[in-house]
Design a protein around this ligand. Sequence first.
Ligand SMILES: [Zn+2]
Length: 109
Amino acid sequence: MLILNCPYCGVDAEETELTAGGEAHIKRHGPGSSDDEFHDYLFMRENPKGVHFERWRHSNGCGKWFHAARCTATLEVFGTYSAQTTEPPKEIREAISAKRPGWKWREFE
Ligand SMILES: [Zn+2]
């Protein structure tokens, strides 16, 4: 079972206490963007076998949204952090790089 630590209330929440919210760090394209950019914003999602960044809501707890970095193949959790960020915090990226040498994703290296 997937267990994620809520960064707001500190609870180690089981999967049944959480609601999945899809991929994290999706760049929003608004007015003035091209059709291709808006298409990608609406429909294009990562689906990796490995490290992934996701949005989760502590729906049966404090109710707040947060981000989690985890491996989709092993369910290993690298960390959770505030949803009020545009990219993963440095300590999360370092934790991933320590366990997955050579890992990189998008502009995060
Ligand atoms: Zn919480």
